[in-house]
Design a protein around this ligand. Sequence first.
Ligand SMILES: Nc1ncnc2c1ncn2[C@@H]1O[C@H](COP(=O)(O)OP(=O)(O)O)[C@@H](O)[C@H]1O
Ligand SMILES: [Mg+2]
Length: 339
Amino acid sequence: MSYIKVDSLTKQFKSQIRRTGSMSAFKDFIAPRHELKDAVKDVSFTIDKGEIVGYIGPNGAGKSTTIKMMVGILVPTSGSVEIGGIVPYENRLANSRKIGVVFGQRTQLWWDIPVIETFKLMQYIYDIPDRQFETNIRQFADILGIDEFVNTPVRQLSLGQRMRADLCAALLHNPEIVYLDEPTIGLDVDVKERVRGFIKEINRTRETTVILTTHDTADLDKLCSRVMVIDRGSMMYDGELSYLKRNYSSHEIVTVEIESELPERMLRARFGSAVTLDGRLCHVRVDRERESSADCIAWFIHNSRVLDVKIRETDIDEVIRNMYGTFKNAERESEAEAQ
Ligand SMILES: Nc1ncnc2c1ncn2[C@@H]1O[C@H](COP(=O)(O)OP(=O)(O)O)[C@@H](O)[C@H]1O
Ligand SMILES: [Mg+2]
């Protein structure tokens, strides 16, 4: 049986329609006109215990609104959410014991007190037994590397330190589900890696279910085999990340570092405008429809001494744009056929 069940979930918000023309601001003030907008529209999915699911889509798509209904902050306009047998917006307290929530852009920590005191407050609020508290602190501090700043007041922490402390705080009460909204936004590469490692470890050892919102493809690659894509409130895709990437990522950037520069003429003859030169670094935009990154790298190996190679895939926002493009084309084609 599925652990999380979301069925035909819909949330409408009332928004004001702005008039134009003379005295419009005055008219809007005296007699405001409203319309209902679907922030989330007829969304259904199920998630099993222990899954890590990426929830992705452009800004304003409805991700946070969905999560707020799952957390119990918002009541759906229609449809339903059930999490481990609990309806979150009807029983917020019971639900809050089961969940941990982290928003990358906002902290839950107390600004003026040292990190460790915040953790103790969490222990008090959630009534966490001493043994569990100590075991968790020890394990989390180790994986996240937070020992060196547990006595520092939160306001003095760097963004990366703050994020690690936030993650730790959100998991002290052993939640069954964690909602992570952009947990790696703005972090350095090594901190991102630590955060990913932590999420992975918690999921592996405790079967914690993870719902992750992100724009970072590397987060998805490292953590999620399944992604759900939402746009304008509607679910566009729910399935394997690998399928999405295979079918909708149009190109890769291959960066080759060579020992000594090659004549530009020669590079242009082979790659045309797809190559960008940066001293001994050559960046080639490889169109996956036409050739493979392997062929591109093979050419460099044949023609120069290659010191290093990096391949960067299309980022997830572009994958999604390509996906919409395909849907729109399909719509246009079916409209054309109908005429
Ligand atoms: N409290 C609110 N009142 C009115 N409109 C809202 C409110 N919260 C979100 N919206 C609107 O709902 C849509 C979805 O927002 P959101 O769920 O925050 O998107 P995302 O998290 O995917 O960026 C947006 O058009 C947003 O402006
Ligand atoms: Mg959001």
